[in-house]
Design a binder for this molecule. Structure first.
Ligand code: BES
Ligand code: ZN
Ligand code: ZN
Length: 489
């Protein structure tokens, strides 16, 4: 993993903290406020010169590099009109600074927070931006001499505790990104289990892993069905974090851990099949969130569940037409072996419903190509059974900038996943509402009295989104921050 690990904080007197690079905000009025005047002096008035040469831009998202005396570099980030910055714009600005440092081969930066960004949310967002913007996935590059790593940062001003929290949260997102970016021959179900067990070593965390034989015997026929096409050992991973009051119901996070999706017998076309290494991004959300929880140690109860396997077409593979029996006893007619995510989640959701008395269940999955058609790489599709839960999710979405969009889950859609010969089928009506059909199927495996919401992250987990704190064509780790916000971390 290469990303900024830790951020130092100082209250003021930043002059001595700077060695090579400082970053400071400017409003679109392009006036030198006190902070800017200080930086200007330090740079031998290079900022005044740049301003008179009309080089500096002040709109939110804009950043200008100014080089002063002794080679000291300032990145001046635009803050728009006074009062218009929000946490997301601090996240974007800080990330742009981190990226600029890496491009210019600078390994250490001091980031000045203006008076306007003193609040907790903005301080946290600035820290998140520095870490997320510094992320690079280069662990398979053997020639490391051209790689610059931003390895030290100091934030001046803002709220110290929120900055520390932001750094922990963003590091957990980077941890999720690493798992997600690793290819299917490395990030196997065993690899996910190993990392879950590692996280499980922290206090109040307990991790259990069921192997193929065990979960098959237990009655998880849907996961066993999908896993039958591969010799790569599948895993059913349970991460329990109980650190809240005994009578507090746990919140349950379920993530699709499909480490490579070839489509199985209903094989996918070769074009872009490599991207199906990302089909475990749902489990990335769970592991990323549990990692942050293990470090922030909130007084609450959370359980993470990850059904994990490949979807391959070995000689024992399940076939179109097969009927599988899930953990809750419901029978499933398999009409397409490529709709496998909903099958492995069915067992996990049924397990969560039976063994815990959850406050709510959230599941995360790269479930349908249809959600990419509907929302592109911009947002996550959500569907659920409880309006209060959905409204909490929408609030956390606004707080974190991780966009969600709700689709309906009306009873009519439930009809579309009924099978003629089994209880349900793993496809909806041909060519219709594919994302909703996925959710309607999943709903069959959640006890009806448990508030539940499904996140289809097939568009948001990776893609070409051009946000400064993400890298196009690489895993985003999206929804980890949203979940942590829901848990009030
Ligand atoms: N993992 C895929 C969904 C996917 C496709 C995610 C493309 C991101 C990009 C999932 O298992 C799948 O193959 N879904 C099928 C469902 C269909 C057979 C009902 C799909 O979306 O085509
Ligand atoms: Zn599939
Ligand atoms: Zn899949």
């Amino acid at each position: 993993m290469t990303n900024l690990l830790k951020i130092d904080h100082i209250e003021r007197d930043w002059q001595n903290a700077i060695n090579k690079c400082v970053s400071v905000g400017i409003y679109d009025s392009l006036q030198l406020n006190r902070q800017l005047q200080g930086v200007n002096r330090k740079l031998g008035r290079a900022i005044s010169h740049a301003l008179s040469a009309n080089i500096i831009k002040g709109k939110i998202g804009e950043i200008t590099r100014v080089v002063g005396k002794k080679g000291l570099v300032a990145y001046v980030y635009g803050m728009g009109q006074k009062g218009s910055m929000n946490p997301e714009s601090f996240r974007v600005s800080a990330a742009s600074v981190a990226k600029a440092c890496i491009k210019d081969k600078i390994t250490s930066v001091t980031f000045l927070i203006p008076a306007e960004g003193k609040d907790r949310a903005s301080s946290q967002a600035a820290a998140e931006g520095l870490v997320l913007g510094s992320y690079q996935f280069n662990e398979f590059k053997t020639n490391r001499k051209d790689i610059t790593i931003l390895d030290s940062a100091t934030i001046v001003g803002g709220d110290k505790q929120s900055i520390e929290k932001g750094a922990i949260i963003a590091n957990s997102v980077c941890f999720a990104r690493d798992l997600e970016n690793r290819p299917g021959n490395i990030a196997t179900p065993s690899h996910l289990a190993k990392h879950a067990i590692e996280i499980g070593k922290s206090p109040s965390m307990n991790v259990t892993v069921f192997e193929r034989e065990k979960f098959t015997k237990m009655g998880m026929g849907a996961l066993a069905g999908v896993a039958s096409g591969t010799e790569e050992p599948p895993k059913f991973i349970i991460m329990e974090y109980f650190n809240g009051p005994k009578n507090e119901k746990p919140k349950i996070l379920v993530g699709k851990g499909l480490t490579f999706d070839s489509g199985g017998i209903s094989i996918k076309p070769a074009n872009k099949m490599d991207e199906m290494k990302y089909d475990m991004c749902g489990s990335g959300v769970v592991l990323g969130a549990m990692k942050a929880i293990s470090q922030l140690k909130p007084k609450t109860n959370v359980v993470g569940i990850i059904p994990s396997t490949e979807n391959m077409s070995g000689d024992r593979a399940y076939r179109p037409g097969d009927i599988l029996t899930a953990y809750n006893g419901k029978t499933i007619e398999v009409l397409n072996t490529d709709a496998e995510g909903r099958l492995i989640l069915a067992d996990a959701l049924a397990y969560a419903s039976k063994h815990y008395e959850p406050e709510y269940i959230l599941d995360f999955a790269t479930l349908t190509g249809a959600v990419v058609v509907a929302l592109g790489h911009i947002a996550t599709g959500i569907m659920g059974t409880d309006s209060k839960l959905i409204s909490t999710i929408k609030t956390s979405s606004c707080m974190t900038g991780e966009k969600v969009w709700e689709f309906p889950l009306w009873d009519e859609y439930q009809e579309q996943v009924k099978s003629k010969i089994a209880d349900v089928k793993n496809l909806g009506s041909p060519g219709q509402a594919g994302t909703i059909a996925g959710a309607a199927f999943l709903k069959e495996f959640v006890d009806s009295d448990i508030p539940w919401c499904h996140f289809d992250i097939a568009g948001s987990a990776w893609g070409d989104k051009k946000l400064a704190y993400q890298n196009p064509g690489s895993a985003t780790g999206e929804i980890v921050r949203l979940v942590l916000d829901m848990l009030q971390l």
